[in-house]
Unconditional design. Sequence first.
Length: 120
Amino acid sequence: MNHSDLEYFHTLLGKMLEEAQQKGDSTLEDMTDSNEVFADPADRATAESDRSFTLRIRDRERRLIRKIQSALQRIDDGTYGVCEDCGEDIGIQRLKARPVTRLCINCKARQEKDEHLRTE
């Protein structure tokens, strides 16, 4: 991978990180602002369901932040774009589709096939 490609992905990942952190901050603000009292149990159940959904989204954002930070670290240490399984280069198109990926398309397909076979 050449220097301009690395700069492109570093900028892209930086923007993704900033966006994910902003979403996480707004999620936390929304959750702390809700101190409502519900007279109807159905309303309370709906609010609890919404809160649970929000927490799941926040957890996904937290995991994405860690993946982005890891990808940025791989750029810094020179291993970004190299498959962790086979050691081959990950294609630019795959990295554009999933900048945080650690596996080339062939290794990812094999991993998903193995996971599918274990769940059958």
